[in-house]
Design a protein around this ligand. Sequence first.
Ligand SMILES: Cc1cc2nc3c(=O)[nH]c(=O)nc-3n(C[C@H](O)[C@H](O)[C@H](O)COP(=O)(O)O)c2cc1C
Length: 448
Amino acid sequence: MAYSDLRAFLADLGDDLRHVRDEFDPRFEIAAVLRGLPAGAPAVLFDNLRGYPGTRVAGNLIASRPRLARALGTTEERLAQTWLQRKEHGVPPVVATGAVPVKEVVHRAPDDLLSLLPILTHHEKDAAPFITTGVVLCTDPETGRRGMGIHRMMVKGGRRLGILLANPPLPQFLARAEAAGRPLDVAVALGLEPATLLASVVKVGPLVPDKMAIAGALRGEPVELVRAETVDVEVPAHAEIVIEGRMLPGVRELEGPFGENTGHYFSNVSPVIEVSAVTHRDNFIYPGLCPWSAEVDALLSLAAGAELLGQLQVLIGGVADLELAAGTSGFSAVIAVHDCTPADVRRLVMLALNLDRRLKMVTIVDDDVDIRDPREVAWALATRYQPARDTVVIHGCEAYVIDPSASGNAASKVGFIATRTSGAESDRITLPAAAAAKARALIAALLS
Ligand SMILES: Cc1cc2nc3c(=O)[nH]c(=O)nc-3n(C[C@H](O)[C@H](O)[C@H](O)COP(=O)(O)O)c2cc1C
């Protein structure tokens, strides 16, 4: 079942969404809550924002596997499979025919973004409030191809935003516009239903190069688009908020510091957007996403994790499952294998580390290990891995932009092979099946 918009998803969550009626400040206080919520905690809707009467902030929306599964209308067990199968065939967007909620209120040439939107300030040393879950949309000036991705944006005062363009294709689109001496029209969609948000951070392939068509495929229904008010960009009709503007040619300014998804502050010299309009729904919901939080882990677990799993399963037999380690911004993965030869396990390490440019560390375990339980993974590493024998290091790799430990080509990657020695029987201690089942029932009751 496709959710028509963010509100439909929230309405469907029931007790898995908690309302916060006490007053919270968009400066630090909301981010502190979003950071503090443990994995699996409910989604939250802040109904009472200091300084922004009548507006709301939603957060922690897909920060659990059950909610991720709900967002795609599938089960936890079938999450990766559903993601991989659906995005094989695009469902192109359509022109919105009925009402266009995102244009219920239109502000042209707003003087001050912060007086309109409760953009969160996240960390103590952040230079300003940052938009962290804005899906930036634009069109390649040369080919007409759509660009779509999450990019952090710094509120620079008035109607100016700094934008980090570290990933393709937006930097290339801007370069082409600049070569022609023109600005690049952009629109930033905020408050999308989760499948469209997930599609915005997927790596596109040649078969379905438009992320909006991937969003349609993940939803099982096309996304409805409408032309923006002041720029030549199509925007989702059911977003909560759209910011329209132009990336200024030849302009670069300091952007940051900002506490990033790796848990460290970063600054860049980045392009600047001059905002030409803000449109939004009545009583809009601003989406909060705190960097280095469980929700970032969840976003990456499909867009990076399931992606890599799908690629590896095509290349090597016996790859059973893959999970990205929480809190590592996709830098560390655990892969479970079944009946893989030692040679194939080594190839797997090399392939995984090379296919995903973010990935810096990979641990390979047998599929008797629960890769979503850090205790089990630590056990496999502690008892099945021999450092001198089972470590693979790759030197001279490209550094990822938000990895503070690397610079230029001084980056390296590592694989830890924590599988049983070839041919060995499972060496785990076990319990009789009947006693284990009885214990599971009791434990479930004790914890309920
Ligand atoms: C939470 C989050 C924040 C991101 N922030 C940025 C950003 O500020 N700048 C950027 O260029 N890419 C950012 N990205 C990545 C882009 O959205 C990118 O299009 C997407 O991850 C796929 O690109 P890939 O080819 O690097 O995998 C972010 C991704 C996520 C999940």
